[in-house]
Design a protein around this ligand. Structure first.
Ligand code: AMP
Ligand code: MG
Length: 481
């Protein structure tokens, strides 16, 4: 059961100014927390070795596996719109990359293996480089749920406890480390880091690297930008279709690959309202649910700015093209959003009035804060009406919807079930799992994770379907850094 990971570290072969080499800082007492056996197998790794003493030591940072070349990646970013020229992995380290087996479900794709919470790096500034079990468990549950829901996302491969306390807001909390998998950890902020330094050579190398790794068809800077824009339009539409609020869409938390990354104060809405915000640090609602598409555009405009020096055209023309690429988000997003919500209503054909039909439902939901997940799932199960404060308002909409469905091919119920999950990682459940884990009880974490691995296929009496009671409602989430 020796741990063997066939690393092939392309990022470590980039110029030295892309990162700082840094080994994980070992901890007092590594302990097993979780291993994602399915993902391990898909990556061609042995889940048992990962769960064994060597694997746990690696995740905790006490053992650098053969072939790993640990490094902290450099990046910059706009945080809540404010420019920060120097961020970087302050509590994360890229161990290296592996290429998944060509015949397996991940079809020969390349992935980063990254530790999060593995100790200070040259980019830590005043931070301790650590994480406590709360954010580790939150990211584990939510990122895996997103994957099961079909949303592009980083994944959780394993987690370990450190046996060391982490001090947050005056409290000593148990420390943990997450082993995260991503198509890459290249962010809009990675481009910004070099653009701000007017390092044209590095920008060129980074653009070529991103092209080869994520968008091999993109032959020009414009095509690269188009591809990144399209990936984000699709991603945000998926978030919106699930009631997901990322919470910190800073440019350093937007992966150019189009995967959801950096699960901090993220949350799924229970009761629907477009202006919903959970993050304790988002005082003005910059990253509210309904603002996410606009913020994506704002971030993509920053990416466009960084790519402009690479255009082989006069500046005025380059600016015009880049602007058009970014503006294309609006149409791409609208199409993706309509496709999602049509599917959520069981529609496969397209009619002009569909947008109004969708919006009419959302407006009625917002009025009484109907539960987002239960309302849509209820369309399949015949229980949607119960979620509305004003049932008469729902009944009126229901009649219009039925009339529309009458013009659709048969099989609407199966389509509705496939498009509307019965469960999402509700805040109060995630908090419950964290609270138990702090006390050393991992059963709620494992039970919730197991349920969320099949979110479209859940027994009607599963407790995970229930919306929070008044006193279970979580109104604020924290970065937990
Ligand atoms: P975030 O927005 O939470 O992804 O983090 C923003 C920046 O703060 C990144 O550069 C992180 O690496 C850094 N950071 C967050 N928490 C810590 C920590 N505990 N120690 C060191 N750096 C941190
Ligand atoms: Mg981040």
């Amino acid at each position: 059961m020796t741990l063997h990971i066939p690393f092939d570290n392309s990022y470590a072969r980039l110029p030295g100014r892309f990162f700082a080499r840094q080994n994980p800082v070992g901890v007092a007492a590594p302990g097993a927390l979780a291993v994602n056996a399915g993902l391990a197998r898909a990556l061609g790794l042995d889940p048992q070795a990962l769960a064994g003493p060597e694997g746990v030591a690696m995740v905790a940072g006490n053992l650098v596996p053969e072939g790993a070349e640990p490094l902290a990646q450099a990046y910059a970013g706009h945080q809540f719109g404010g420019w920060n020229p120097q961020l970087g992995d302050g509590r994360a380290m890229l161990l290296g990359e592996i290429v998944a087996p060509a015949e397996g479900p991940l079809a020969g794709r390349r992935f980063d293996l990254q530790l999060k919470g593995s100790g200070p790096t040259p980019f830590s500034r005043r931070g301790d480089g650590r994480a406590w079990v709360g954010p580790v468990i939150r990211e584990y549950i939510v990122s895996e749920a997103m994957a099961a829901l079909g949303v592009p996302t980083t994944r959780a491969l394993a987690a370990a406890t450190t046996g060391e306390p982490v001090i947050r807001e005056g409290r000593a909390l148990p420390g943990a480390v997450l082993l995260r998998v991503a198509s890459s950890h290249i962010r809009v902020g990675t481009f910004q880091f070099f653009h701000a330094r007017q390092d044209l050579e590095a920008l060129q190398i980074l653009a070529e690297y991103v092209r080869a790794r994520h968008f091999p068809e993109a032959r020009t800077p414009r095509a690269l930008l188009d591809a990144a824009v399209a990936a984000q339009a699709n991603l945000i539409a998926q978030w919106m279709g699930l009631g997901f609020i990322h919470g910190v869409m800073n440019t350093d938390n937007m992966a150019v690959s189009g995967e959801t990354i950096d699960y901090g104060p993220c949350a799924f809405m229970d009761g629907y309202h477009p202006q919903t915000v959970f993050s304790s640090i988002d005082a003005y609602g910059r990253y509210a649910y309904a603002n996410q598409p606009q913020i994506a555009v704002w971030n993509l405009a920053q990416l466009a700015t960084c790519l402009l020096p690479l255009w082989d055209k006069p500046e005025a023309e380059a600016v015009e093209e880049a602007t058009a690429s970014v503006y294309a988000f609006a149409d791409l997003y609208q199409q993706a959003w309509l496709a999602r919500f049509r599917a959520k209503l069981g529609l496969v054909t397209e009619e002009d009035g569909d947008l109004e039909l969708i919006e009419a439902l959302l407006t009625r939901m917002a009025e009484g804060r109907a539960d987002f997940t239960r309302s849509f799932r209820g369309l399949a199960e015949g229980t949607a009406r119960d979620e509305f404060l004003d049932r008469g308002a729902y009944d009126g909409w229901h009649a219009d919807w039925q009339a529309r469905l009458a013009r659709e091919p048969a099989g609407a119920e199966a389509r509705l079930r496939a498009a509307n999950p019965a469960i999402i990682p509700r805040n109060h459940r995630v908090e419950e799992a964290i609270a138990a884990a702090v006390e050393g009880d991992l059963a709620p974490f494992h039970a919730l994770s197991a349920a969320l691995s099949q979110p479209f296929d859940v027994a009607v009496d599963s407790p995970f379907r229930l919306a929070p009671l008044e006193d279970q409602r979580v109104l604020r989430t924290f970065c937990g850094t």
